[in-house]
Design a protein around this ligand. Structure first.
Ligand SMILES: [Zn+2]
Length: 236
């Protein structure tokens, strides 16, 4: 058996096009997600030329929630990283969190899961496409089986690196590694995480994520986490 080598990464900038995602006082989530995602890709290409980077979108387009993991599966990627920004009714909420697929503490995270998955309601034919899956109904999540179970260990390893980097190297408040039944994390056949960079509903955090330095810090933290993860699973 040849040693495992991580060769392909799919980077998924959340939302796009007609779907702005969360809206801050000055910025839309889709724009922050895209800018940070493109920077992560740039750092990967510059520093890890043996790894191929594939974007689900590299402009203001809107791949569906079904297409995003499909791109990763079709390309037989080794890793899927979806990048988002958060929002909460409580304007003082702030900090980063990284999700892996799962239903632990489902109730506590249902708001954010519902918000991210409700994007499919903007798609035409969503009822047909998603076979009756209703993102706003807790019962619908019974459909989410354990297809990601084989990858949960590696997904958590990467998520831990990301949250540690955010906290220790960028000085952000880490809200930790969590589980959530996000649609984009359901079908990828590889380790997968969904990163929430911070809360656009928090004035200070929005300002940080809007700044060029903030975006670069967050993107390099994700880049370094992917590098550490690669070295760890390749056993270097
Ligand atoms: Zn989002």
């Amino acid at each position: 058996m040849p040693a495992f080598r991580m060769k392909k990464i799919v980077l998924d900038a959340g939302h796009g096009g007609s779907d702005p995602g969360n809206i801050g006082s000055k910025v839309r989530e889709k724009d922050i997600n895209l800018a940070v995602t493109l920077l992560v890709g740039k750092y990967l290409k510059e520093n890890m030329p043996d790894v191929e980077v594939i974007y689900t979108r590299d402009d203001d387009s809107f791949p569906t929630l079904k297409q995003r993991p499909n791109i990763a599966n079709i390309n037989k990627a080794d890793l899927f990283v979806s990048i988002h920004s958060n929002s909460a009714p409580n304007k003082s909420a702030f900090g980063t969190e990284t999700f892996v697929m799962g239903t632990k503490h489902f109730e506590a995270n249902f708001d954010i899961v519902k918000r991210e998955n409700s994007v499919i309601l903007l798609e035409e034919n969503y009822a047909e496409e998603y076979e009756g899956f209703d993102p706003t109904s807790p019962e619908s999540y019974m459909l989410f089986n354990l297809t990601q179970k084989a990858y949960i260990g590696n997904s958590i390893t990467l998520a831990d690196h990301i949250e540690t980097q955010f906290r220790d190297r960028v000085g952000r408040k880490s809200r930790g590694v969590k589980q959530g039944p996000f649609y984009v994390l359901w079908t990828p056949s590889m380790p997968s995480v969904l990163v929430e960079l911070g809360f656009l509903s928090n004035i200070e955090e929005e300002k940080f994520l809007m700044s060029q330095a903030g975006k670069e810090y967050m993107a390099s933290a994700i880049y370094r986490s992917i590098k550490a993860y690669k070295e760890q699973i390749e056993g270097n």
